[in-house]
Structures are given as C-alpha cells and as structure tokens.
Design a protein around this ligand. Structure first.
Ligand code: NAP
Length: 315
C-alpha cells in the first residue's frame, strides 16, 4: 500500500483557528480503503502516495483552537491512520463517552451501524412474513444489517465463511438460518434455506453470491448494494452480475448507496441502534488489534475473513 501511517514520534502541527489536536484512540479498518487507494472514479478522491492513509477514528481533543471543542472532549471523523493529528473541527463530530464505550462509535453506533441501518430500513425495507438475506453477515456491517432485518420481523438468512461464523449467526445474532458459502453450491443452499424465495438481499460481497441470490429474488424484491468485497482484489476486472435479467422478470430493484446519502439522518440511526443495544436486542462485536504498525496485517484480514466483527486498531 502506497499511503502511509504516521508514528506517534511525529509531532502534530500546532492548531490554527478552527482546528484541534486529537490524540487518536482507535482507528477503523474498512474494506472501502481498497477503493480509497484506487485511482478510479468513486465517491471520494483517492488517497495519494505519501499521504496519511484515510481512516475513520475516534480520539480525545488535547488542544483546541476551535469554538465548541475543548481539551478533554471526544470526537470522531476522518482522523487518518495516525496517533496524533491536527484536524479541522468542522470535520469532526463530538461524541459522549460517559455512558458508551468509545470504540462503539466506530462499530455498531458509528458509520458501520448507520450504514447497515439505512441500507436495510430505507432500501431493503424488510417486513414480517418476508425473507431477507445478508452476505458477510458475521462482519461489521452485515451483522448489524441482519439484526435490523430480524427486528423488523422478517425471516433472516445470513451468509458467512466457515462453520464458526455460521454458528455465531445462529447463536449470537439469532438469525433463522446460516449458509457457509465455502461449503459448496450456494444456490442450492439458498433454495433449501429460502424455499419461498428472497424478498430482500443486503449485498456486501457481489460476485457469485449476488448472482445466486438474483436467481431466487422474489417479485418486487429489493437488492441493497452496500459493497462487493469479492471484487476488490482486482478493481480493473470487476465482474458484474450475470443474472441481472431477473430484476426485469421479477420487477425487482437493485440500488447502491453510501452513507453520504444519509449524513443528515445520523441522529435517527444512532437513537434506534443505541436503543436496541441498551435493551439487549442487538449485539455488536469488535475485533481489536493493538498498534498502528499492525495496520497492513489488519487490512489483509478483511479479505481472508480472519476478522471476527468490526475490525479496529487500538492506537
Ligand atoms: N456503502 C457503504 O457506505 C459502505 C460502508 C461500509 C462498508 N461497506 C461495505 O460493506 C462490506 C462489509 O464491510 P465491513 O466493514 O462490514 O467488513 P467485514 O464484513 O467486517 O469484513 C469483511 C468480510 O468480508 C468477507 N469476505 C472477504 N472476502 C470475501 C469474498 N471473496 N467473498 C465473500 N465474502 C468475503 C469476510 O467474511 P467471511 O469470513 O464471511 O468470508 C470478511 O470478514 C464491504 O463490501 C464494504 O465495502 C459499504
């Protein structure tokens, strides 16, 4: 990876008006970073070689030259993969860590959770009596999306790699069925788990799994395109869904989104997710590695499936 991370020995420049210095506590490691270092048209400009790698983070303000933020306040936003940073306060959101563990603001109560919430409720719109399928369901976004669908009353099938993750889907997340996509014919496993077809598909992976689901999408079904991690390894040869004609046959829709569409509605997602979490109706799982020097190793884990939940680095 050409972009770099900055060691704690590097001094952060003193803040000018409107800026704060933040001691970063946790950095989020996201599959989307693959796109952020790819020089292709996307929803954000690519990170350039030599720049600090873009990342969501949380931390404590240690010096402030900005109205509304003081030393001791906690903030979240694009902090970058670094330990101390001087950042514009306008790029940061103040968070309350008195009742909530800080790392949750990068996990289920942060962008990860909000992405799952809006993708599932606004686009997927599952309802009681319907069947929803979520891929990468044991992962950060997928595990929240699957639980949001379960809370809507839908029957939920999670797809994940390996027996251990499938057991997690059933035992910890309370899903109705789990499919191990590494254990053979995905279409056959889907047909067995969803004999009445699929009404909502929350797609995190693309590729073969997307095709298998499209082959079983119901009339007026909704496919939520959140991510396509199976395609991120070679961004020059992304393979689209061969089964897309099913969308015509079933009057179904397939819609992509990013959190950019929903920034104005963050308080709604936070209230819903925090309420479910406090009531014990939804669980979040973080996988924490210590030390910024583990960033390359952490990033690779997302693609091998070695992460178990929201992948974070404790700085
Ligand atoms: N649209 C948005 O605004 C937005 C925001 C955040 C994330 N996303 C997308 O959401 C997806 C999940 O992100 P996350 O942060 O929650 O990561 P995550 O699910 O916690 O980790 C990635 C998981 O993807 C699975 N995976 C990796 N390669 C795969 C492959 N070839 N085929 C099938 N599954 C594969 C692995 O799980 P298994 O062990 O189960 O294989 C891995 O643990 C990504 O596609 C990401 O780009 C989109």
């Amino acid at each position: 990876m050409a972009a770099v991370w900055r060691a704690s020995a590097d001094p952060a420049p003193p803040p000018v008006a409107g800026e704060v210095v933040v001691r970063i506590a946790y950095v989020s490691v996201d599959p989307g970073m693959r796109g952020w270092i790819t020089p292709k048209r996307s929803y954000m400009p690519p990170v350039q070689p030599g720049e600090v790698m873009r990342a969501f983070g949380i931390g404590e303000v240690i010096e402030s030259a900005a109205d509304g933020l003081a030393a001791g306040d906690w903030v979240t936003g694009f902090t970058g993969v670094q330990s101390v940073a001087t950042l514009p306060a306008a790029m940061l959101r103040k968070i309350d860590v008195s009742q909530i563990a800080p790392q949750l603001y990068l996990s289920g109560l942060g962008m990860t959770g909000y992405t799952a919430y809006f993708g599932m409720t606004d686009i997927g719109q599952p309802a009681a009596g319907q069947t929803a399928v979520v891929s990468a369901a044991a992962g950060a976004v997928g595990s929240v999306a699957a639980q949001v669908a379960r809370l809507s009353g839908a029957r939920v099938i999670g797809i994940a790699g390996g027996a251990e993750k499938c057991a997690y889907l059933l035992d910890a997340l309370g899903l109705d069925a789990a499919i191990d996509y590494r254990a053979g014919d995905i279409a056959a496993q889907l047909a067995a788990a969803a004999p009445g077809g699929i009404d909502v598909y929350f797609d995190n992976v693309g590729g073969e799994i997307l095709d298998a689901v499209l082959g079983q999408i119901n009339r007026h079904g909704r496919v939520v395109l959140c991510g396509g991690i199976s395609q991120y390894g070679d961004m020059d040869s992304v393979t689209g869904p061969a089964n897309y004609l099913q969308l015509i046959a079933q009057s179904a829709t397939m819609r992509g989104f990013t959190m950019r569409d929903y920034l104005h509605r963050i308080p709604e997602a936070f209230m819903a997710l925090a309420g479910w979490h406090a009531a014990g109706e939804i669980v979040f799982r973080e996988h924490v590695l210590e030390g910024l020097d583990r960033f390359p190793e952490a990033f690779a884990m997302l693609f091998s499936g070695a992460n178990q939940g929201k992948l974070l680095i404790k700085v």
